[in-house]
Write a protein that binds this ligand. Structure first.
Ligand code: NAD
Length: 500
C-alpha cells in the first residue's frame, strides 16, 4: 500500500492539489512506498502567502527567544533520532549509522545558529562621524527565503539552510528532493511541536514546476540551492535575473593525494570510507585517488583491492553493512554506464560493482564497490561526476602533478592530502584550487561555526553555507545616519517651577 505524502504549511499537512505525483521508492527493495505531490504554481503561491504573513511577527520576536525555539527543536530531533534515521534510510538507502550522522550534522548548524544569531545580527556603531552625527547599521531579515535541496542529505542540508535563515528572523520555504521527502516533512512537524509559529517553516514538494514558481515569486527574496552543477548554475542565473540573492552549490570530483611518506594504512582506511561510504553519494566523497610515484600506487591499489573484497553491501538496517543501495534505478543505470565508459576508454578495472545482487532484495538498486586504476585526466570517467561507489586511481609522477590535478579539475569542492610532511601539507593547502582541504582527513566537512562551500563548478555565489556567512546571506544591512537638533537640554530648567 502506498501512502500519499503532503506539503506542510501554516503548521499543518496540506494535501497536494495539482493532481501530479512522483513515486518515492525504498531503494533496497525497489518498491514504491509513497507518492509525493508535485506542486503547481498556485500551490507554491499559496504557501508563500502563508509564509509572508507569518514572517513579520517572527522577525519582531527577539533573537534569543527565536533561539530557544530552535534549541527545543534540536531536543525533539534528538528524542526522535531513531525514528528519523529509520525514515531516512527507508527512502535514501544509507545505513542507519550514516543516517544518524546526516541528522547530527544538520542539528549542529541549528544549535550554532540559535546561539550565534544574537551576536552575528549585531550591527556597527560610529559616534560623531560629523558634528553631532552618529552612524549605525542593522542586519535585518530578508523576509521569505527558499531552500532547494538534494536527495543525498535529506536532513542535513535542509537544516543547514533553515537553521540560520530562521534564527535570523526569516520565514523559510523548503523544496526538498522528491526522492526522499518524508524526513523534511517530519522535521516540519517537529518545528511546530517546538513552538515555531505556524507558517514560519513550510515544505512544498515538487519538481522543476515548483522550483520555477519559487524563483518567479517576487516575495521570495533569496534562494539557497544544493544539487548537481547544471541545475545549480541554471537556478543561480534564474534567481539573479529575477533580482534574488542566490547561493547554489553543485557537484564534485574530490581528489585524495597520497604522498610516498603517507601512513598507508590510514590512507587506505580513509579511502574506503570516503570512496564507498553512503554508496559514494556524498558531495564530499572521494572519487579520485592520486598516489604519487609508482611504488605508492602499486601498494595502494593492492591494499584497496583486498579491502574492497571484504566490503558488505546491503539493506540499511542489516547488521554490519558498509553501504546500501544507490537512490534509484536511473542512478544505478547511469553509474553502470560510467563504468562501461571507463573500460572502453582504457582504464584498468580492478573491482567491478556491476550486476551486484543482495540476497532477499532482488529489486534493490545495488551497485558494488568499483575500482579503476590508471585512469587518465582526459577520460570521461575522470572528468564527469559519477556519484556512486566508483573510485578512480590517477597515478601522478610527482607532487606538482598531484597538485595540478585537483587544481585544474572543473570542480573544486573538497580535496585531501595524506602525508607525514608538514611542509608539503602546508604548501598543498595554500596552493590547491579547491574550497575545502583535508590534511590526513579525507572528508573535510567544516564544523558548523566555519563555512561550507566549494569553488569553481561546485559553487555559484559569493557566500558559503553555515557559519557567519549564512547570517550575511540571510540578512540585509541597513545603515542609519542620525543627527538630532538641539532640544530641551540647552534651555531646560531642572528647578521645580514656583507657583505664580
Ligand atoms: P539534482 O540537481 O537532481 O536535484 C537537486 C534539487 O533540484 C532537487 O530538489 C530537485 O527537485 C531540483 N531539481 C532537479 N532538476 C531540476 C530542474 N531542472 N529545475 C529546477 N529544479 C530541479 O541533485 P540530486 O541528484 O538530488 O543530488 C545529487 C547532486 O547534488 C550531486 O551532483 C552532488 O554532488 C550534489 N551535492 C552537492 C553538495 C554541495 O554542497 N556542493 C552537497 C550535496 C549534494
Amino acid at each position: 500500500m502506498t501512502r500519499d505524502l503532503t506539503h506542510y504549511s501554516g503548521g499543518a499537512h496540506r494535501a497536494g492539489m495539482s493532481g501530479r505525483f512522483g513515486d518515492v521508492h525504498n531503494p533496497a527493495t525497489g518498491e514504491v512506498t509513497s507518492r509525493v505531490p508535485l506542486a503547481d504554481a498556485g500551490e507554491v503561491a499559496a504557501i508563500v502567502d502563508v509564509a509572508a504573513a507569518a514572517q513579520p511577527a517572527w522577525a519582531a520576536t527577539n533573537p534569543q527567544r527565536r533561539g530557544r525555539i530552535l534549541l527545543r527543536f534540536v531536543d525533539l530531533v534528538n528524542e526522535h533520532v531513531d525514528e528519523l534515521a529509520a525514515l531516512l534510510s527507508a527512502e535514501h538507502g544509507k545505513t542507519l549509522a550514516d543516517a544518524k550522522g546526516d541528522i547530527a550534522r544538520g542539528i549542529e548548524v541549528v544549535e550554532f545558529s540559535a546561539g550565534a544569531a544574537p551576536h552575528l545580527l549585531k550591527g556597527e556603531f560610529s559616534d560623531n562621524v560629523g558634528t553631532g552625527i552618529d552612524v549605525h547599521s542593522l542586519r535585518q531579515p530578508l523576509g521569505v527565503v527558499a531552500g532547494i535541496t538534494p536527495f543525498n542529505f535529506p536532513a542535513m542540508i535542509p537544516l543547514w539552510k533553515a537553521g540560520p535563515a530562521l534564527a535570523a528572523g526569516n520565514a523559510f520555504v523548503l523544496k526538498p528532493s522528491e526522492r526522499d521527502p518524508s524526513v523534511p516533512l517530519r522535521l516540519a512537524e517537529l518545528f511546530t511541536e517546538a513552538g515555531l509559529p505556524d507558517g514560519v517553516f513550510s515544505v512544498v514538494n515538487g519538481d522543476k514546476v515548483a522550483v520555477d514558481a519559487l524563483l518567479d515569486d517576487p516575495r521570495v527574496e533569496a534562494v539557497g540551492f544544493v544539487g548537481s552543477t547544471p541545475i545549480a548554475q541554471s537556478i543561480y542565473a534564474h534567481a539573479a535575473a529575477n533580482g534574488k540573492r542566490a547561493q547554489c552549490f553543485g557537484g564534485a570530483k574530490n581528489h585524495m593525494v597520497i604522498l610516498p611518506d603517507a601512513d598507508l594504512d590510514m590512507a587506505v582506511d580513509a579511502l574506503i570510507g570516503a570512496g564507498y561510504g553512503s554508496a559514494g553519494e556524498r558531495c564530499m566523497a572521494i572519487s579520485v585517488a592520486v598516489p604519487v610515484g609508482e611504488r605508492t600506487a602499486d601498494a595502494l591499489v593492492a591494499r584497496l583491492k583486498e579491502r574492497i573484497d571484504g566490503l558488505r553491501v546491503g539493506e540499511a538496517t542489516a547488521p554490519d553493512v558498509d553501504f546500501g543501495p544507490v537512490i534509484s534505478a536511473a542512478a544505478k543505470e547511469r553509474i553502470e554506464a560510467a563504468i562501461a565508459t571507463g573500460i572502453d576508454e582504457g582504464a584498468e578495472l580492478v573491482a567491478d560493482g556491476r550486476g551486484r545482487t543482495v540476497e532477499g532484495f532482488h529489486g534493490g538498486f545495488w551497485v558494488g564497490p568499483t575500482l579503476f586504476d590508471r585512469v587518465r585526466p582526459e577520460m570521461a570517467l575522470y572528468r564527469e561526476e559519477v556519484f556512486g561507489p566508483v573510485l578512480s586511481v590517477v597515478r601522478a609522477a610527482d607532487y606538482e602533478e598531484a597538485l595540478r590535478l585537483p587544481s585544474e579539475n572543473e570542480f573544486g569542492n573538497g580535496v585531501a592530502i595524506f602525508t607525514r610532511d608538514g611542509d608539503a601539507a602546508r604548501d598543498f593547502s595554500s596552493r590547491v584550487q579547491v574550497g575545502m582541504v583535508g590534511v590526513n582527513v579525507p572528508i573535510p566537512v567544516p564544523i558548523a561555526y566555519y563555512t561550507f562551500g566549494g569553488w569553481k563548478a561546485s559553487g555559484f555565489g559569493d557566500l558559503n553555507q553555515h557559519g557567519a556567512d549564512a547570517f550575511r546571506f540571510y540578512t540585509k544591512t541597513k545603515t542609519v545616519t542620525t543627527r538630532w537638533p538641539s532640544g530641551i537640554r540647552a534651555g531646560a530648567s531642572f528647578v521645580m517651577p514656583e507657583g505664580s
